[in-house]
Design a binder for this molecule. Structure first.
Ligand SMILES: [Fe+2]
Ligand SMILES: [Fe+2]
Length: 198
């Protein structure tokens, strides 16, 4: 990896607390591992991974304003849930403040919260690295990690399923692009996976 890119670590260190900084480094490292494994540009994976949560600790009003000005369509369900604003807000920040124009990096950052159908390899990598990063400790995380390392599409199916079940379990609504992503990746499911064996 290009050592120059380490500068982004210093930039985001200023934007967040130490716990989230550690998470961001873990996501960047996991993104690079996945990029290596699946033949994707490792520099782009590092940049998108390290920056994906760069606006998560921004003021809520700023986050919403940036999300709305990002140029991306924001689903009404996303607009209702402030936890989802940091995806498009980060894409805005990275483009406008850090002057990164690469559309694939911007899309990977924008959709890391919600997913969507037919994602690029880089988008899937950042989404999945965020779901299974080293500090995550939800039940079966090692099994999800293992599945993701084997197959990005099945990994998308499994993690979107996990996320939808969790959100619906709380009685919350689900953005359309997440449901479209789930339906898109369902044909890639592995019937022998651990989630079907309970
Ligand atoms: Fe995030
Ligand atoms: Fe994250």
């Amino acid at each position: 990896m290009n050592k120059e890119l380490k500068k982004y670590e210093n930039i985001i260190k200023e934007l967040m607390g130490s716990k989230r900084f550690k998470h961001s480094v873990n996501v960047a490292e996991m993104s690079v591992s996945l990029a290596k494994k699946f033949g994707v540009d490792q520099d782009k994976a590092y940049i998108a991974g390290i920056l994906h949560d760069c606006q998560k600790e921004a003021d809520k009003d700023i986050m919403l304003k940036e999300a709305k000005e990002s140029g991306y369509y924001i689903d009404p369900v996303e607009l209702e849930c402030f936890k989802l604003w940091h995806g498009p807000a980060a894409a805005y920040y990275v483009k406008e403040k850090l002057k990164i124009e690469d559309k694939d990096i911007l899309n990977a950052i924008r959709f890391h919260t919600v997913g969507r159908a037919d994602m690029s390899a880089l988008e899937k990598i950042v989404f999945l690295a965020d779901m299974v990063s080293a500090e995550r400790s939800y039940p079966d995380v090692e099994k999800y990690r293992e599945a993701v390392m084997k197959d990005l599409n099945n990994g998308m199916f499994l993690t979107l399923r996990w996320s939808i079940l969790k959100t619906a379990g709380l009685g919350n609504t689900i953005p359309l692009c997440t449901l479209e992503g789930y339906n898109f990746y369902a044909p890639y499911k592995n019937e022998d996976d651990f989630v079907f064996q309970k």
